[in-house]
Design a protein around this ligand. Structure first.
Ligand code: HEM
Length: 405
């Protein structure tokens, strides 16, 4: 028999198959937030902690943890450190973490992103062209391919042909059925990037992120080769599945809410706010760990040295104390200080890119197939027992139109 909502809330296990449902996990979060600011899990999704972990589920405590890196460090537990290959920006604390960001930040500046708008629109159009003449297609294909193509081609400097393999390896690394399959996929992704970066060392420099990592100096020293590969791998992993799953949710939502779809077409100025709401409502990550670096008390709970605390951004984003009608997707929501991109020193480095890809992805679909709806009788496929959740298939029907080229 499946556990009840209350049983799930007692011991949160994100890999449980019950969460392959768009709403049930949020019912569990409501109970978790009602019980206490901190829940427990025996099976942390990303952190290797044999004794389980705390889970911060309310908005206020999540923000406090994210802003207090001196007590809640991003360095993994000793068990977690064994699984890491290299110094990653996301598992470092300041001041070294800030120096890594200084190296990468210019590549994600608003000005650089703005200059990419035209290319992102053209890449999205190419993906829509695959099915636009037929009057039916799968919008998950657009959501899952566009972020990878854009990132590999215009920022990272990896061949676009590598995108499907990297998406598949990242997916298996996060969601594979066994620990062995997951570790095998991490290894495969690392090896793939290792080979790609090695090949680049023999080529003349280009203006892309692999070269930036290869030539970067921190405290007067170049990055170790392993750190270049690991950070390239982090970028691939952080930038693909997150944006793709959030965008797939938005396509499904608009395909099943035609009045909302029509409103976005009639009021395109709402798009930016709608993207923020999609990220708050469904696009956020469901937990990244912190390790307690010094004993500390927060909201009546004492955290001891070495314990693991998972920050559940997605649950925080549904906290009624912060967001009125938190369980409603309100496309023109005004006050929306969501935690979808995190907060504090590790706030998402790629948020400007993700927002642009997302906005352009919506804008091109709404412009070119304005009457799209979920295909009657066909099934949308949702994958939800994962740290990022989204649709793997969104079959839609619409009035056929001409290709762009
Ligand atoms: C909708 C899409 C995205 C979401 C929801 C998202 C979410 C997040 C969150 C919650 C964090 C904070 C992690 C922490 O607190 O430890 C983060 C960090 C990060 N994100 Fe994103 N992200 C998205 C897209 C991207 C993209 C497109 C890239 C790059 C191509 C990217 C690269 C990174 C990196 C490198 C970090 C680590 C920053 C640091 O540790 O200083 N993300 N992201």
């Amino acid at each position: 028999m499946s556990p009840t909502v209350e049983q799930h809330a007692e011991n949160w296990d994100l890999r449980h198959a019950d969460f392959n449902d768009p709403d049930f996990l949020y019912d569990v979060y409501t109970v978790m937030r009602g019980n206490s600011p901190f829940a427990r899990t025996d099976n942390p999704f990303l952190s290797a902690t044999p004794s389980g972990a705390w889970v911060a589920v309310r908005y206020a405590e999540c923000v406090q943890i994210l802003q207090d890196w001196e007590h809640f460090s991003s360095s993994p537990t000793p068990e977690g450190a064994e699984q890491l290959a290299g110094d990653l920006v996301i598992t470092l604390d300041p001041p070294r973490q800030q120096k890594f960001r200084k190296v990468l930040n210019p590549y994600f500046s608003p000005a650089r992103m703005k200059a990419l708008r035209h290319e992102i629109a053209a890449e999205t159009d190419d993906l829509i062209d695959v099915f636009i003449e037929s009057g039916s297609g799968d919008l998950a294909e657009v959501a899952w391919r566009q972020p990878g193509i854009v990132f590999f081609k215009y920022l990272l400097g990896m061949p676009v042909d590598d995108v499907p393999l990297c998406v598949e390896l990242t997916d298996t690394a996060l969601n594979g059925a066994t620990e062995e399959a997951r570790m095998g996929a991490w290894g495969g992704l690392y090896q793939h990037l290792h080979d790609a970066v090695t090949a680049r060392t023999a080529e003349p420099p280009r203006d892309d992120m692999i070269d930036v990592l290869l030539s970067a100096e921190i405290d007067g020293e170049k990055l170790a080769f392993g750190d270049v590969v690991s950070n390239a791998m982090l970028l691939v992993q952080a930038g693909l599945e997150t944006t793709a799953s959030a965008m797939s949710f938005a396509y499904h939502y608009l395909a099943t809410h035609p009045a909302e779809r029509d409103r976005l077409i009639a009021e395109p100025d709402l798009l930016a706010r709608a993207v923020e709401e999609f990220i708050r409502f469904a696009g956020s990550i469901h937990g990244i760990p912190r390790t307690v670096a010094k004993e500390v008390e927060l909201s009546g709970c004492t955290f001891s040295l070495g314990e693991s605390v998972i920050v559940n951004y997605a649950s925080a984003n549904r906290d009624e104390e912060q967001f009125p009608e938190a369980d409603r997707c309100i496309l023109d929501r005004r006050e929306n200080r969501h935690l979808g991109f995190g907060a504090g020193v590790h706030r998402c480095l790629g948020s400007n890119l993700a927002r642009l890809e997302f906005q352009v992805g919506l804008e091109r679909v709404l412009t070119r197939m304005p009457d799209f709806t979920l295909t009657a009788g066909a099934e949308a496929k949702f994958h939800g027992n994962s740290v990022t959740r989204g649709f793997r298939s969104v079959p839609v029907t619409f009035t056929p139109a001409a290709r762009t080229r």
